[in-house]
Design a protein around this ligand. Sequence first.
Ligand code: G16
Ligand code: MG
Length: 576
Amino acid sequence: MATVKPEILQKAKRWLTDAFDADTKKEVNRLIEEDPKELEESFYKNAEFGTGGMRGVMGVGTNRINKYTLGKNTQGLSDYLKKSFPGKDLKVAIAYDCRNNSQSLAKVVADVFSANGIKVFLFSELRPTPELSFAVRKLHCQCGIVLTASHNPPEYNGYKVYWEDGGQLVPPQDEELVETINNLEYEAINFNANSELIQKIDTEVDIAFAEASVKNGSFDTSAEARKNIKIVFTSLHGTSITMVPEVLEKAGFTNVNLVEEQKEPNGNFPTVKSPNPEEPAALKMALELAEKKKADIVIGTDPDCDRLGVAVRNNKGEMVLLNGNQTMLIMTWFLLEQWKKQGKIKGKEFMASTIVSTPMLQKLVEDYGVKYMEVLTGFKWIAKLIKDHPALDFIGGGEESFGYMVGDFVRDKDAVTSTLLACEIAASMKAEGNSLYNKLLELYTKYGLYKEELISLVKKGIEGEKEIKQMLIDLRENPWSEVDGEKVIRVEDYKSSKSKNLRDNSESDIDIPKSNVLIYYTEGGTKIAARPSGTEPKIKFYISVNTSLDSVENYDKKDQELAKKISRIRKELNLG
Ligand SMILES: O=P([O-])(O)O[C@H]1O[C@H](COP(=O)(O)O)[C@@H](O)[C@H](O)[C@H]1O
Ligand SMILES: [Mg+2]
């Protein structure tokens, strides 16, 4: 049997003291005696806040999601809220998703806040994450929490933290909060709930959120056009079932077919390998139903209903899954057209995306006379832009990772309104004798044909983390100088905030917060970004290539050329 490292044993033994319950101690003892490897994985560090809150595997230990790690977060957050809003009557809203333990962990979080004298609004059942963002502002809370691990595998859970603007926590608050949490002992967690301070919420917020979603996601498409579009929708066992079908109906979409087998919320996600609409396999059942029903559009949402996958028929009538960049492009185009039609583009509007998303978006947005802004990966950064620019109007924003945000009534990506918007676009295009897919190709003829591919290499645990770190160190030491026969002309290193022009060796500063991201640009317009995921044990490589497209008819041929180029790049750079 492998021996346990003394420092790990010391940390684990801390969990055998009176601050922990009998079941926890029993499991820690079991790990000490039987599973030193798992013990090390569970205790080698504290679970960290990443791109979208704290996420981890459920279980005992400092690096796991359990009532003690989340209790400590909540105790730290309670202390931090008191410091941040002195003298205010503090209020927080709490939502949870379909995952195993989400409901009981939500209760722990509610208990700890209330024990600290903080008023709690707790949804009585599972709800979408965007509804929580909405609720924070509607109920004038200083903070909000969602118990979810988004689209991660079933063994995960997590803790998303929202601030008073409805966006997820960003610097400097996130660092200050982590410091407060790390300085706490487990004995300091106050679990003694004050049930008088916990108020269940549902209908009132549901109605307001549904109305706001319909208002923000519907435009001037006729009632008849909406009836004419055949939709297949799947909630993939997640929270969207509580809201999306209702919102579609309210907006006048009458032909909605739900994937019955996936309607039931279930944290084991029994009908899918992974509840991530980014992975084509997740939409398999929905696509099968679409063939039976001869549907025009298929939409599936992730467990906490902030990301969505959209599939539509191509010009040969086959269903194809759009990637996040494509969904973002078509939604952005549609919103811009609507704002233009309504005479609302006046020079103080903006749209936003992230540094690993398609460069095509900027061209599209600026073509409409709208300002384009780019931030680090994560919708929290887009939400921060809205907060930081109160004098500007936010039209919408998205990213490579599936998900979109329409307007500013929700300050995170929102698969409720985005589902509605996707159906609205499909209906409006069909009514014009066009299609959503063909419209996308038309955009390519205007702005250039961009093709993107995300390569995610899974590297789990302590070893995986080391390997990912090393890969980025290696890349910094031996940067790519040529890719697919094209010279690299610029390298951006977001860790050192330096952008290096390799043509004249000049350097300039990058004016966004530091992050472990490298981006390469070649003379041929290829862009390759590399970064560790902040939500899963993965390193991510984002490849973007482009060419011109003279007509929609030539799309398939040109698209294949770009696909070949991407696979050459993958091979050359050894990206799996
Ligand atoms: O996972 P979600 O749906 O909460 O979404 C969160 O994580 C995604 C993946 O992040 P990473 O590339 O660091 O893994 C981000 O793209 C997204 O903006 C963020 O809100
Ligand atoms: Mg999600």
